[in-house]
Each structure stands twice: as structure tokens, then as C-alpha cells.
Write a protein that binds this ligand. Sequence first.
Ligand SMILES: Cc1ncc(COP(=O)(O)O)c(C=O)c1O
Length: 382
Amino acid sequence: MTIYLDNAATSFPKPEEVYRAVDDYQRHVGAAAGRGGYRATRTAETLVDRARRNVARLFGTTPSRIIFTLNGTDSLNLALHGFLRAGDHVVATSLEHNSVLRPLAWLREHRGIAVSVVPVREDGRLSCDDIRREIVSSTRLICMTHASNVTGVVQPIAEVGEMCRQQGVRLLVDAAQTAGHLAIDLANLPIDMLACPGHKGLLGPLGTGVLFLSDEMDDLVEPVRLGGTGTHSEDEAPPLAAPTRYEAGNLNVPGLAGLAASVDWLLARDAGELHRHERALREELASNLSGIPGVTVFHADRPETVGVLSFEVNGYGPQEVAAILDENFDIACRAGFHCAPRVHQALGTFDRGGTVRFSVGPFSQPEHVHSAVDAVRQLAAG
Ligand SMILES: Cc1ncc(COP(=O)(O)O)c(C=O)c1O
């Protein structure tokens, strides 16, 4: 059986209830949500509503603040393209994924947006003071990741959020590596926008994503995709109210049926316990891998992390390590830059092609981690 250690890319396996919910929708419902007067469309709509209510409950907010998208990248694009205007200045960080860096580079090139990138400190954390120092009179947005998808180190979003409120600047958080892994309470966090995939820690199917917009953001974020919504069809202007305003086109109902079930699964569990489980596995990986001669683990002993860990093996390129782990040991992991090139510049791994990444999930077990450590030990011994 394959040992799956690539949960930071997408979670696998999913809870059984997710497979059943998708299958049930595909076989027994099949209709588009909100696009007809017959029962099956109402059932589809009920499934979408349930997904929205569940995600809202998980994040401590109200359903109308939850917008469904295609993935984390789509959520970030909606937030960045919908909010930023010519002449705006944005502060991002060197921990960002290409789903932030590339839209910002494009907006700088084509829309006259100015961008500053704050470097991560040596300990793998961003400093709120460093971010504040980049704020100028035209700064409208800070965009930062909640946890690095390369090192797993958790970042100080609450502190940065408070600072943003004081400075009158909006905060967009990329929660791709924390949603579903850490408790996120949007009722008590000073965050204006939060983007995440539905298919990673939220345990839903691929093709699902979430964008949270606080109440005040409706007037500030323009829709970027326009079309049929199944409502106000007589009008050529898009609906004014969120979430429909941002969700033109048919929704991914099978995906959202799965997301409703996966978030039910999460809601029935203690978020702290899930996090402790993943943290313990990361610690086990970090301490054992660090003890292998020729293996370097990055930020092995940071106190606040999710279940993501990067390492390298002396004498082997990261892709080579991942290929050997796959072919000889049946271990699935990811190697390279993980779409976050600036993190590798900070770690000093850029010129060596990045790192090897292990990432655990709720179904990862200690024996998976032990097998992975044994495999790396054998590989490093040559
Ligand atoms: C930090 C971070 N942001 C954004 C994304 C993009 O998410 P998606 O793959 O759902 O588009 C990822 C996915 O790898 C990520 O790790």
C-alpha cells in the first residue's frame, strides 16, 4: 500500500463519507443547483447550502460570507484581481506561493499595482514589524500565508491583522496549509479576506475552493467572472449580494456535496486534537530525519507548525530522492520548489532544485512516518 505523504498538495485519503456523498450526488441527483423548478435542482441547492453552512460554522462566520471557487488559486485570484486598483501598493512576503506571486507580478506589469515583498526571518517566521515598515500611503493590502507550504512554520496572522486594522490596511490570508489543520475563528481574527482550497485540509474533493470576505469587503471586491447565477436573470448586471455576486456559472455540486460531508467530519472532531496528531507526526519525522547522517531538515524544531516538513539528502537532488522513494519504497511525496521559489532562496536550496517535502494528514499514522524515515536512512546510506 502506498504511503501517502503529500497532503500539502491535496489530502488523501478522504473520509468515507466524502466518497459516498459524491457518489450519491452523481447517481441520484445529477442536476444543477438553482437552475430549475424540479426537485433534483432543489436537492442540489440544499447540498450547496449545507456545504456553505458547514464551512461558515468551521470558520466562525455566516454562510453568506463564504464564496465557493475552483481551488485555492482561484480564491486568491478573485481576492487580488477583485480588490486591487491601479496605483495601489501591496505588501506580500517571501513565503508566498505562486498563486499569490504570479497574480501580483501580472498586476504589477499590466495594471499599475506596486508590490513589496517582505523577506522571512532566519527562524522561518515573518515579522510584523518588517511588514509594517513596508507600508506607505498607497498601501491597501497585506497578503500573507498562514503557514509555509515548504517548511510548515505557522505565521503571526493575528498580530499582523491587528497592525493592519491600526494602519487602515486590508489583510488577505492564504490559509491553504492551515484550513482544516488548525482552528481558525474568523469571528475573533482581524482578517478581511481568507482564501483556501476545499481539497487539502478541509478534506473535500479536488475542484473546490473557498474565499471568505468580511462584510465590508462586498463593496470593495469586484466580481471577476460574470455570467448566469440562476437569479435576477432579467438583469444584465450581476447580483449585488455575496456570495452569488462572485459565483457566476454552474457550481461544482459533486465537489461541494463532498465538501459538505468532509466538513461535517471535521466539525464532529476536535480541531486541537487533529492538529496535535499532525504535529506529533511532524516532530517524529523531524527528529528522526535530523539524526540521519547527510540529511538536513529545515526548521525541524519550530514550536508552531502544521504537518509539513522539508529536507534534503546530501549527494542527491530532491527529484532523485522523491523518485527513489516512489519506485523503491512506494512512498508518495513532493520534491522541487513547491511553487514557492522565494522560500528556497531564503533556505539556500534554490540552486539545488529545492527540497523534498513530507506532509501528513489526519489519516497518516506513526508507522507511515517510521517507514518513511527508514527509507530515507537506507537511501542516504547509499
Ligand atoms: C500556500 C499555498 N497557497 C496556495 C495554494 C494553491 O492551492 P490550489 O492548489 O488549491 O490552487 C497552495 C497549494 O499548493 C499552497 O500550498
